[in-house]
Design a protein around this ligand. Structure first.
Ligand SMILES: [Mn+2]
Length: 350
């Protein structure tokens, strides 16, 4: 596996130079952030980003994400134009020799949390998901704003969007995903760009909106929508982890052995209720995910692709983007590299 780190571009308070100083760090996961959703990313913009990253001595390994326009998820007639744009963006990314693209198919909201600065007993803060708090939230109030959410929607636009999703069943969402994949995967194959769908976070429906990428059955359904290694998964332990039925190591063995894991997010979560959790430090003993089991399975299937520490806590007084501080994610990267070295050496000395 190749160790990578998410970076949010020039506005990220964490400079590339610091990321490069993390031992074993090889690649950057980032995106073009100033193109409206649905429009083509110009080759020049991607090239410029790649050069900026390259100057730090790191490689631009993964684009996360190229967002999917809501009209595609809704299956509206206008989707064809947005799909053509998406294909062109894939071609332009390939022209810059970047080979992995992450995306998700969550309606309206990306990852969702009830608190961004929950204080833990040791004084650090973390992101949490508390079902009771979430159930009290009204996404149509116009007052909710969380990172990961598209804040460009006006209150009226949000209401209209919710109305559009009212009749959309999970099966229809699956149909719209299939339509999208049938159009883009042939281009991804042609251009040698591995697509990696991020599971829904959390892995259940929120605010009455359908969510479909949640468990073994859905991951399996996804890979069967289009049979190609270019139609793969971003295996996010923190997103799949909250569902008790998701045995992470066995899922990695199942889908990794079929060559369908194209990217990995390693995040630990500590369950605090049936559908509530805190995002914890990466160390196994800090949360509900057995990170040794996860990395051992990753090694067992011979995974060669990119992995990144996912969200971290805020520690040592750091301030910045919730979930994306430098320190705790750097600790996570070192811990993951440590497990990796141990399991690989053990496996190859047998
Ligand atoms: Mn993730």
């Amino acid at each position: 596996m190749q160790m990578t780190f998410r970076w949010f571009g020039e506005n990220d308070p964490v400079p590339l130079e610091y990321i490069k100083q993390i031992p074993g760090m090889k690649g950057i996961v980032t995106a073009v952030y100033d193109v409206p959703v649905g429009e083509v990313w110009a080759v020049e913009k991607i090239k410029e980003l790649k050069e900026t990253v390259g100057k730090s001595g790191l490689e631009l390994s993964v684009i996360e994400s190229v967002p999917v326009h809501e009209d595609i998820k809704l299956g509206l007639p206008s989707r064809d134009t947005y799909i053509e744009n998406y294909k062109q963006t894939i071609r332009n990314i390939a022209a810059c020799d970047i080979r992995t693209v992450c995306y998700n198919f969550m309606p309206v909201f990306d990852w969702t949390r009830s608190s961004l600065d929950h204080r833990l007993p040791d004084g650090s803060t973390c992101l949490t998901y508390d079902e009771v708090v979430i159930n009290r939230m009204n996404p149509l109030s116009g007052e909710l704003s969380l990172p990961g959410w598209d804040t460009s929607y006006e209150k009226s636009e949000m209401e209209a969007l919710f109305k559009q999703y009212e009749g959309v069943t999970e099966d229809e969402l699956w149909g719209n995903l299939k339509y999208f994949l049938e159009a883009i995967i042939p281009v991804a194959e042609e251009e040698d760009v591995k697509m990696a769908i991020h599971p829904d976070d959390p892995p259940w429906g929120i605010f009455g909106l359908p969510r479909i990428m949640t468990n073994r059955e859905s991951l399996n359904r996804l890979i069967n929508l289009y049979d190609s290694p270019y139609n793969g998964l971003c295996f996010c332990t923190g997103s799949l982890g909250p569902l008790i039925e998701n045995d992470l190591a066995s899922l990695i063995r199942e889908f990794g052995s079929q060559n369908r894991i194209n990217f990995i997010h390693a995040r630990n979560i500590k369950m605090t209720g049936e559908r509530s959790f805190e995002e914890s430090a990466h160390l196994s003993e800090c949360g509900s995910v057995d990170m040794y089991d996860v990395i051992n399975a990753v090694s067992e299937v011979g995974y060669k692709g990119p992995i990144r520490p996912d969200h971290g806590r805020m520690i040592w007084g750091e301030e910045g983007k919730p979930g994306y501080g430098l320190y705790d994610r750097a600790l996570g990267a070192m811990y993951l590299s440590g497990i990796w070295e141990a399991v690989e050496k053990t496996r190859h000395s047998r």
